[in-house]
Structures are given as C-alpha cells and as structure tokens.
Design a protein. Structure first.
Length: 250
C-alpha cells in the first residue's frame, strides 16, 4: 500500500500537535472535559485537542515590587513606604483552581497588609525594627496565600519617605537626645568624683601627715608652672614645731 509523503507529513504534524514540552521549572495543570485531572510535567505531556486543555504554571520565584503606600503610623505620622515581596507557586493545581491571577492577587493583598501592619507601629519602630516588621508582614501574607498554593518566602521594606517638616523634627529630637545623654554622663562623672573626694578626705583626716605631704606635692606642681611669682599660705602645722622650740629656748 502506497502512502504519499505529504500524507505522512500531515499525520506526523497532527501527532506532534498532541505533545507539549514542559521545562524543569514548569508544571501543567490538566483539564479533561473541563474537569481537573492532575498536574503534569516536567518533560513531554500528551494533550488531546478539544478533549483536554493544559495550563502552564511557572514555579520560579517571582519578585514583586509593592508601590509606595501612604501609611499613617500609630503616632499620627504620615509616611510613604515601598516594599518588595518574594514568592513562588508551590501547588500548581491550587494556583489555577483557587485564584484567577495569582500575581495580581498577591500584589493587592501585599499592599493592604503593608498599610495595616505598619499602621499599628510608631515611626521609631518603623525606622529601627524593620527586620521584625518584615517577618510580621511575611507571616501574614504566607498564611493568606497558602490557600492559593503560593509560598511567600521573604518581604523587605525598601524605602520610608518622610516629609521635610518631620525630618527636621526628628533631627531636633535626636539633638535633644544627645544633649540629654551628655548631661547624664557629666552628672555621673561629677557624682563619682564627689564620692572619691569624700573618700580621700576621710583618709587624709585619719592621717594628718598625709595632708602635709599632699600640700608639699601641690607646691611642687605649682613650681613647675611658668610663673614668676607664687603666693601660697603657710600652714601652721608646719611651723608650729619651730615656734614651740623657739619659745622653749627663750
């Protein structure tokens, strides 16, 4: 039986049209007569036209930029916050059956979650505790998108934009904080110095000779200065023995 070459080519093309190739990072959600019949791939997958339909799902990590959101913090400060969300599909079947546009749905939910979570914290926490806030947002997103077959792996707050008046207020607050700390440190130093002086005075009171030695040391320190004339009082304790001896001899 003779079969012409064009017929063979048409038959081969018809058979090839049944075959789909899925990459390693792809999965195919199969529908037969409109009913879900499983997840296929990677590799070659046979799809019968009209009877079956294959929807491709990418399993790679998606980087989603969350546009700047107007957030009012708990201490009534208005800021604009942008973030980036990293997520990927872990269940191809649910990502097709449960939501029409997984990326758009995740983006919208990330925006609302960002405003809700950051609105519960003060500006200082927003600026100094980003790691904790990132984890809180990631946990909430992950729990919500689990029903869609999506795993949120990470959330990072990128930019926190503050208006000029608030920046000046923060700068004044930081300057006041530095002045307060400097005064506290100075007061602590004065307190320690006073305590040491009291202790030294007690030791000198118990040993009068030590007071005289300290006086002589002070005179030696003064004499090293570049002064032409030095006037200092002469303690009676030093000259009293000489006066007593002179009185006895007279």
């Amino acid at each position: 039986m003779y079969v012409s070459i064009p017929v063979v080519i048409v038959v081969l093309l018809f058979l090839i049209s049944f075959i789909r190739v899925l990459n390693e990072y792809e999965r195919g959600v199969m529908f037969t007569f409109g009913r879900f019949t499983g997840v296929k791939g990677p590799g070659l997958v046979v799809v019968f036209p009209i009877v079956q339909r294959l929807s491709r799902v990418d399993l790679r990590v998606v980087v989603l930029n969350v546009p700047p959101q107007d957030v009012i913090t708990r201490d009534n400060v208005s800021v604009k916050v942008s973030a980036v969300v990293y997520f990927r599909v872990v269940d191809a079947g649910r990502s097709i059956l449960q939501v029409t546009q997984p990326i758009e749905a995740t983006s919208q939910f990330a925006q609302t979650t960002l405003r809700s979570v950051l609105g519960q914290h003060e500006l200082d926490e927003l600026l100094s505790q980003r790691d904790r806030l990132n984890q809180d947002i990631q946990r909430i997103l992950d729990q919500a998108t689990d029903a869609w077959g999506i795993k949120v792996t990470s959330v990072e707050i990128k930019d926190v934009d503050i208006n000029e008046s608030m920046i000046r207020a923060i700068a004044r607050q930081a300057e006041a904080e530095r002045i307060r700390r400097a005064k506290i440190i100075h007061a602590e130093g004065e307190k320690q110095a006073a305590a040491m002086l009291v202790e030294a005075a007690g030791a000198l009171r118990q040993q009068p000779q030590a007071l005289q030695l300290r006086y002589l040391q002070t005179l030696a320190d003064i004499s090293s200065e570049k002064s032409s004339t030095i006037v200092f009082p002469l303690p009676l304790d030093l000259i009293k023995p000489l006066l007593d001896r002179g009185a006895e001899s007279s």
